[in-house]
Design a protein around this ligand. Sequence first.
Ligand code: SF4
Length: 351
Amino acid sequence: MQKRLLAWYDGAKRSFPWRETTDPYAVWVSEVMLQQTRAETVIGYYTRFMKRFPSVGVLAQADEQDVLKAWEGLGYYSRARGMRKCAELIVKGYSGVFPKDVDVLRKLPGIGAYTAGAVASIAFGVRTPAVDGNVERVVSRLCGIRDDVGVPSVKRRIRSEAEAMMPRERCGDFNQAMMELGARICQPAPRCELCPVRQFCDASLAGDADALPVKQRKAPQRVVVRTVMLVFHERAVLLHRRDEKLLHGLWCFPGFDRLQTPAEAVKRLEELRIHAVYAETIGSARHTFTHIIWEMTLMVFRAASRSAPDGWIWADLAALASLPLPTATKAAQRAAEQILKLGAYDSLQPD
Ligand code: SF4
């Protein structure tokens, strides 16, 4: 099975910039980016990130805002913050050299079992599995594991099966081959007729591959209705840096849960000592996070002055382009940019 899988991987693997190196820093950056994001999308982010922060030392010294900016659009921003912290620790605690030991890697902030396994096997050739969602699916089918993969003991079993099937050599390639098989052939709807390891696959022989892995249904995402306010004053729009866990450290337009009436929204702004009048409602937008969905109504306001509480800023077009804003507010950002370009509100004052 190992020989067949590696031979298939050698002939079929897609070429990606991170596959041309075994530098642990580069492997780490790519593996963190590849979590939850398609490889084709990651290419551009990875290339720009490596140019901007070419080593763990440079990343350790970087300003968190610059790192978040380079991450803008990838989502799951806690990963970017975790990476910067982790880089600092590697520089301080390990003289800037990545540890080879999986258990040591796992103790670093933001490095879980998967990332530790991927870095150790790909960069250092350590015989340790890297089980992401793709590999979990492949292993559960190959080994015929028909229990709920959300249960910790089943997760442990999948990990130990993944480890047991690893060869003594080419461990990094083997892990990547398993991931590639999951991404290309052993997809949620399996393409067993094209699979190089079909003859070794329990689920394919049993005919229930498409029913595996067994997963309990997730609770549906909660819908949160929000009012997002674009408040303008003289070619600048109001932004604040979020303190909340969700999108922490990123710059957002003022927003409040539930749909506010224009009068309520003005009152909320007054509470922040921002005196403004309602201009119009310009549309709506929707963003899906892992657990919640934001359904946003975008309202425009004109402010009387540039007063703003601490942690809030008035951003012009250049600042809007350079600050890290989350994808969740892209529609609002595009609208704000358009309004600022047109100068639509710069000379208007509250009634
Ligand atoms: Fe997946 Fe089918 Fe290959 Fe089994 S034979 S590993 S189910 S693609």
